[in-house]
Ligand binder design. Structure first.
Ligand code: NAD
Length: 217
């Protein structure tokens, strides 16, 4: 029986994304079956952790025989909601926004870029990645027309809350926030912060504390 998703740890969801990458690569390499031990080694977690993470969502694989790779790939995609395409809008088409828009593999990863928005009159009307940058005042209409579900925030930190408010008002359900600031949204909207500078600071800590790497594994 499927587990109540309200009690699944968010670390499990992060690990599922890693498991999906591993089984997708196995499948692309023509591998038909795998084991928790193999997945554990590749994901740098224990085999017990793999079985525990998957057990939140049902029974996968057969004792002694492991997992059928295409089935496991499909099941993890289903758990993650990746059996459909998600439509994305980017708010703030500066250095980061434009680089993300030009990322060629959006579609492969079940995400389709459908809208670019900015406030700068010098940017509105320009073409980036085949899409015309629209003024933010057109967000509500285009979210509705294009069925956009997800918004990226790539505006300066002081404008991030305004961008979030505009996305929420337009009916967006999830936000990937690249601005290094906390944004407030209603309970039903999910925000995922993305911050490579935070990653760099964690890296600095692990470089000056090399003995802690061992304990992580
Ligand atoms: P940028 O100045 O090049 O671009 C910002 C764009 O947002 C501009 O085009 C501007 O006109 C537009 N804008 C400003 N206010 C707006 C609003 N209210 N609505 C719509 N558009 C608006 O900035 P950048 O270098 O691309 O950085 C964007 C954000 O990403 C910043 O918050 C920056 O701190 C952050 N950042 C994040 C990471 C990360 O790892 N997540 C790394 C670097 C920078």
């Amino acid at each position: 029986m499927a587990h109540d998703p309200r009690t699944v740890p968010s670390a499990t969801i992060s690990r599922l994304v890693t498991y999906l990458r591993i089984v997708t690569q196995l499948e692309q390499g023509g591998v038909r079956t795998t084991s928790s031990e193999y997945l554990a080694k590749e994901a740098q977690v224990s085999a017990f952790q793999i079985r525990k993470d998957l057990a939140y969502f049902g029974r996968f694989g057969t004792r002694g025989e492991g997992y059928t790779v295409p089935t496991l790939r499909r099941e993890i995609e289903r758990i993650l909601g990746l059996t459909r395409q998600w439509r994305v809008a980017i708010v703030g088409v500066g250095r980061i926004g434009e680089a993300l828009a030009n990322y060629p593999n959006f579609r492969d990863y079940h995400f389709e870029l459908k809208g670019l928005f900015d406030l700068d009159p010098a940017k509105v009307g320009r073409l980036v990645a085949g899409l015309e940058i629209k003024h933010l005042s057109e967000l509500n209409r285009l979210v509705l027309e294009q069925g956009i579900d997800i918004g990226f925030i790539t505006v300066p930190p002081k404008a991030a809350q305004d961008a979030a408010d505009a996305l929420v008002q337009a009916g967006i359900k999830g936000i990937l926030n690249f601005a290094p600031t906390v944004i407030e949204v209603p309970r039903e909207v999910h925000v995922e912060p993305v911050d490579f500078l935070a990653g760099l600071k964690r890296l600095s800590f692990y470089i000056i504390n090399p003995q802690l790497k061992e304990e992580l594994a």
